[in-house]
Design a protein around this ligand. Structure first.
Ligand code: OSB
Ligand code: MG
Length: 389
């Protein structure tokens, strides 16, 4: 397949319910949508789901835009590859910046699956026709507000709930939710907010009797030793998210005993290609995996659902329905029934992109490649940049 041209669209969508983690609060998201078009006119969409601020990862929307426009798109426009995973080799010298790379890699996979006439899930090696979804709930002002949020989503059919925690918002909300829902699959995510400090370790130890599926990323991304110390004395599995950007990180974490479960986010690991590799490596190490989320729009969400259909994704994933996040999405909505999401069976990404709404919600755009001015979407672009490679 030959990449003829590429386009980026920076799109803002308001969240239905604002979301607070241990580090920040947000009411809308700006994600960069990547459109790759081949020499036959087929289109593949991917999403750069980088947060606006560098609090979850060092990447931001602006750094991702800069890296994508200056390095990634110039490397892939004009490239001819047999398999989508080979596109990453074109920008293999780029260090870090995995969110930006992930959007380009995903667009390559969606494009390839479209050309092959197969669903993205099959292209990736997926085997499931539906995946179990959980919801990730932010920190609320009061425990009652949190219980109301849990109630809304349990009533909607979700059977697994993840609660964001932070020092001072942990034992009390977790116990309250557990008391109200004794059978619920429950887990927590600290986004690295705890330290090797007696009060913090005591609070985490007190969560051990709440019957949690896992404690996600209790300590700072690089602090694998404290994570290993907690795992050694806690019966609740530690799940790693921010700590694992590469398969090498996973091997290190395994050697140190720093966790037992892996949250795979294609964004954090640099793409679907890297995510599938991490899935395979985790299976060899005996770590169950699940698919995490970054509040993706429909494009990234559809890719997450496809990824979750691989056999190693045995735990519920953060791939809840579009309506939990957005009143209107840039694709047809992804829906859940009884907390289960069907894996799109159509060829390619498997969801239709609503380009009219996308353009109305767009803040900026960029195009690269000779063909960009001639394709039907050209009217959507404000500028066509000269080819740089
Ligand atoms: O740590 O998993 C995380 C959202 C933004 C940044 C980090 C995380 C999250 C989530 C949301 O937990 C998962 C989702 O519903 O998309
Ligand atoms: Mg997390």
């Amino acid at each position: 397949m030959k990449i003829d041209h590429a386009r980026l669209h920076l799109v803002r969508l308001p969240l239905v319910h604002s979301f607070e983690t241990s580090s920040h609060r947000k009411a809308h998201l700006d994600h960069i949508l990547v459109e790759l078009v081949d020499d036959e006119g087929n289109t593949g969409w991917g999403e750069i789901a980088s947060p606006s601020d560098p609090y979850y990862t060092a990447d931001t929307v602006q750094t991702s835009w800069s890296i994508a426009t200056r390095y990634l798109l110039p490397a892939v426009v004009g490239a001819e590859v047999d398999k989508p995973g080979e596109l990453a080799g074109r920008y293999g010298k780029v260090r870090g910046n995995r969110f930006a790379a992930a959007g380009v890699d995903a667009a390559g996979w969606a494009l390839w699956a479209t050309r092959e006439g197969i669903p993205l899930a099959s292209a990736l090696g997926g085997t499931r026709s539906s995946v179990v979804a959980g919801v990730s709930l932010g920190i609320e002002k009061t425990v009652d507000d949190l219980l109301a949020q849990v109630g809304t989503h349990v009533d909607a059919g979700y059977r697994r709930v993840k609660l964001k925690i932070a020092p001072g918002w942990d034992v009390e909300p977790v116990r309250a939710v557990r008391a109200a829902y004794p059978e619920l699959m429950l887990q927590v995510d600290a986004n690295g907010a705890y330290r090797d400090d007696p009060d913090h370790l005591a609070a985490l130890a007190r969560l051990d009797d709440a019957g949690l599926l896992m404690i996600e990323q209790p300590f700072a991304p690089r602090d694998l030793l404290t994570s290993a110390a907690l795992q050694a004395r806690s019966s609740t599995p530690v799940c790693l998210d921010e700590s694992i950007e590469t398969v090498d990180d996973l091997r290190t974490a395994d050697a140190l005993g720093a966790g037992r479960i892996l949250n795979i986010k294609a964004s954090r690991m640099g793409g679907l290609t890297a995510a599938v590799r991490a899935h395979d490596a985790a299976a060899e190490l005996g770590w169950p995996v699940w698919c995490g989320g970054m509040h993706e729009f429909g494009i990234g969400r559809a890719a997450n659902v496809a990824l979750s259909s691989l056999p190693g994704f045995t735990l519920p994933s953060d791939v809840s329905a579009s309506e939990k996040y957005y009143a209107r999405d840039v694709t047809e909505p992804i829906t859940a029934r009884d907390g289960v999401v069907d894996v799109p069976a159509r060829a390619g990404l498997g969801v239709e992109v609503d380009t009219e709404f996308l353009v109305r919600s767009r803040l900026d755009t960029f195009a690269l490649g000779d063909g960009a001015e001639h394709d039907p979407a050209a009217g959507l672009a404000v500028a066509v940049a000269p080819r740089q490679s």
